[in-house]
Design a protein around this ligand. Structure first.
Ligand code: HEC
Ligand code: HEC
Ligand code: HEC
Ligand code: HEC
Length: 351
């Protein structure tokens, strides 16, 4: 090789190297920030892209609460005809909550008339009103009975609804193989790129087994060789599907809840993992006891391909933030949505 062509070669190598750097860094701009989240050297680092983080912050601004109304005066149960959950509120408090609910759930869908027959507010003919009554009870139940997860921060309708009648994250049980299995057998919902599993080839419905049914999430055995706790590769993939959903819903990496030295170890894990453990049980409880029983109330166009009711997951509340609305105290301004334990929300049967 001549001296000159050697140099041309070098030059091209340089150009290629610079090109590669540009192409690779172009994948993720600005360059992500990493934040140490555990002991140094344990690899427990959170990686944040500041641009994506800024978008999540913008999408998670809590609404301004209407000033609280006086508790004196006639009760809503005396003023109105068909008040089954909020009867103890004063009429002023009741009206404040109705106005707030319109802003949280249906501001661009007719406001009050999204749930009400304007000719008769006591009427229960719209399914949306029947669902909303159950939602009032569900919200009270979350705030009073699921403090191990939602703490004093709590939730309002806005936490999930964000100004829309249908929250942005809902799910249905998937009918993966409507024609039955084929020569390849049961593909277990894999290779159906879905945002809930970050477009990976993991099962696209990791919710039915864990957030509706109570299948075992753990798959690691206590010993190096297979022993008591044996799970199939398929079950393991369900677990990884759920974990991927949990990470993307909270906008965090696996190490937010795990020490990657041992994913199963609770001793080495950050406390957030315990909160998440309660979150899994809470989501399941709400789906089984509030969402599924509403199946006969929802019209067909709101149901899934198997005729099931819409259900919630971590992202219904979290929407990309490690705490919904980045920890804004939602329950504080609406004490009627956190009844004291002495006034357990009445169980009103759905239609
Ligand atoms: C998201 C659904 C929803 C929206 C929006 C809504 N309401 Fe209601 N409303 C309900 C539910 C549910 C009840 C019954 C509460 C209960 O049983 O404790 C109710 C009950 C009422 C009642 C009592 C009627 C009676 O005689 O029994 C009045 C009055 C009322 N709402 C007014 C309003 C007004 C005014 C607005 C708009 C500012 C509004 N509501 C918006 C769901 C809604
Ligand atoms: C934990 C999350 C969560 C909270 C909190 C919550 N909702 Fe919902 N809501 C849902 C889900 C999930 C659905 C099902 C979506 C659908 O209808 O397709 C739903 C459906 C509804 C619907 C039916 C909308 C439609 O058009 O089908 C109404 C009305 C409603 N909620 C009102 C409320 C009100 C009022 C509150 C507060 C008192 C509330 N929700 C609190 C999750 C929540
Ligand atoms: C928000 C917290 C959180 C995040 C983020 C998270 N996990 Fe988990 N993980 C948990 C909890 C809680 C359990 C235990 C669930 C149970 O047993 O009910 C668990 C269980 C597991 C298990 C089973 C351990 C065993 O005992 O067999 C594995 C494996 C796992 N996670 C992997 C991951 C991976 C991989 C990621 C990232 C893609 C991840 N997790 C992200 C909270 C989290
Ligand atoms: C009903 C709404 C709701 C649902 C559904 C929900 N969360 Fe949460 N979550 C909250 C609220 C509210 C907080 C804030 C509690 C606090 O301030 O300590 C929270 C806090 C957390 C935290 C603690 C974060 C920290 O930095 O301390 C974790 C972890 C978490 N949730 C995981 C999950 C997982 C995993 C799921 C799904 C299996 C889930 N959540 C479902 C409402 C919800």
């Amino acid at each position: 090789m001549t001296h000159a062509s050697k140099w041309t070669n070098r030059l091209w190598q340089c150009v290629a190297a610079i090109g590669a750097v540009l192409v690779l860094s172009g994948c993720e701009l600005p360059v992500p920030n990493s934040v140490q989240h555990g002991y140094r050297g344990t690899g427990m680092v959170q990686v944040y892209n500041t641009r994506l983080l800024a978008a999540t912050v913008d999408a998670n601004v809590p609404p301004v609460a209407i000033p609280q109304a006086p508790g004196e005066g006639p009760k809503a149960s005396q003023t109105y005809k068909n008040v089954q959950v909020l009867g103890n509120l004063s009429t002023a408090q009741f009206n404040r909550l109705m106005v707030s609910m319109s802003a949280w759930v249906s501001p661009n869908n007719g406001g009050c008339v999204y749930c009400h027959n304007p000719a008769n507010f006591a009427d229960d003919e719209k399914y949306t009103k029947v669902v909303a009554r159950r939602m009032l009870q569900m919200t009270q139940y979350i705030n009073s009975e699921w403090k191990p997860h939602v703490a004093e921060t709590g939730v309002t309708c806005y936490t999930c609804h964000r100004g829309q009648p249908v929250p942005s994250a809902i799910w249905f049980t998937k009918d993966h193989q409507p024609q039955g299995s084929n020569f390849l057998g049961d593909k277990a919902g894999q290779n159906e790129p879905a945002a809930v599993v970050n477009l990976s080839s993991l099962p696209s419905d990791p919710f039915t087994p864990f957030l509706l049914e109570a299948k075992d999430i753990r798959m690691n055995g206590p010993t190096p060789l297979p022993s008591g706790n044996r799970h199939s590769t398929k079950q393991t993939e369900w677990t990884y599907g759920l974990m991927t959903h949990m990470s993307t819903s909270l906008g965090v990496n696996c190490t937010y809840c795990h020490n990657s030295r041992s994913f199963q170890s609770w001793e080495d894990a950050p406390p957030q993992r315990v909160t998440a453990w309660h979150g899994i049980r809470m989501a399941r409880d709400l789906n089984v006891n509030y969402m599924e029983p509403l199946t006969p109330v929802f019209p067909d166009n709101r149901k899934g391909e198997l005729g099931d009711a819409p259900k919630l997951n971590c992202n219904t509340c979290h929407q990309g933030a490690y705490k919904p609305l980045f920890g804004a105290p939602m329950a504080k301004d609406f004490p009627e949505l956190t009844p004291p334990p002495s006034a357990k929300p009445a169980q009103v049967a759905s239609k």
